[in-house]
Design a protein around this ligand. Sequence first.
Ligand code: COA
Length: 341
Amino acid sequence: MKFPKSYRVLENNLFSNDAFSLVPIRLEDKMKIMNWRNEQVYHLRQAKPLTEDEQNNYFENVVAKLFEQEQPNQILFSFLENGECIGYGGLVHINWIDKNAEISFVMQTDLEKNRFAEIWGEHLYLLEKVAFNDLRLHKIFTYAFDVRQHLYAPLLKSGFYEEARLKQHCFFDDKFIDVIIHSKISQLLELRLATEEDVDVTFKWASDSKVRRFAIQKDAITFENHSNWFERKINADDCVYLIAEVNKKAIGSIRFDIDDKNEALLSFLLDPTFHGKGYGKEILVKGYIELLKLKYISKIIGVVSINNIPSLKTFKSLDFNQVNETEGYVTFEKIIRNENR
Ligand SMILES: CC(C)(COP(=O)(O)OP(=O)(O)OC[C@H]1O[C@@H](n2cnc3c(N)ncnc32)[C@H](O)[C@@H]1OP(=O)(O)O)[C@@H](O)C(=O)NCCC(=O)NCCS
């Protein structure tokens, strides 16, 4: 039988960062994996060492079947460093209704001594991309016997928090021990159309000196002026005004003002407490995808102060073309071709 190489449920089947990558679990790694599990049986939910027959059976009858399923209960990966498998794991006990999953990971045993935290951190970084970006899960967590306290530091460093301690939950070496659950909830940014109820939060942003530092129009804004302007904008046919939310909290906005040539001038901002987390790129990409669903657009234009480094970098990183620089402002544009619609 030919062993499958890609999961139907995933949009991407390769997740990489520098030397590290996650790829769908490879048949060639099965005996390495068996050996690591047998060496580390003390912290796994595995009663006795695996045999080669059992491992072959498991790959043939359980693992291979996951690849074609629309909602597999687990998705397993080989974790590679420069192409060599140094660990394996993935998402297990996936709950497709509640959108959560448990994290599983076992690394090559002799790397545990000196590279445990680093390798766990790299694995979590990539697995989050699988869970949150690709599968759009809401929450991922670890379920660990309290026998490896050195696991907690890399989890906390990766933004997980200790959610629960299940007291004396497992019988282990003749005594009952605790199980610790560390969790992380998706921080994905979502966009929705602005409504009248956003008048206060948008006024707060418009009055914030950090947000307005590079604004073209620098005059102080009164609430009355803002609310009149805001009401006009959210009801205008030539404007698409979107609010970005993370876990239902408004964290920024992106607005497109469209002229009679179907060119959209964009303006975007983030609440200062959400700067520096990569949301600038996300709001811009998701914003123009949303815009193109709603309107016929020929070009998207951004005008940025030459001193506004975060904004300049955001446009450049997203392949906007720099077309002009005058009086301290740079103009970027993206021509929208038919295939983009
Ligand atoms: C523009 C804005 C949305 C970007 O937000 P952000 O994504 O949080 O921006 P970041 O702070 O992550 O900066 C983006 C990039 O610039 C880099 N950067 C930021 N300040 C920098 C500085 N002083 N020097 C060098 N690089 C800098 C960041 O490291 C980041 O680089 P990376 O993508 O390689 O990681 C946000 O700064 C904002 O709301 N500004 C106020 C409103 C505004 O200016 N809107 C744009 C008008 S067109």
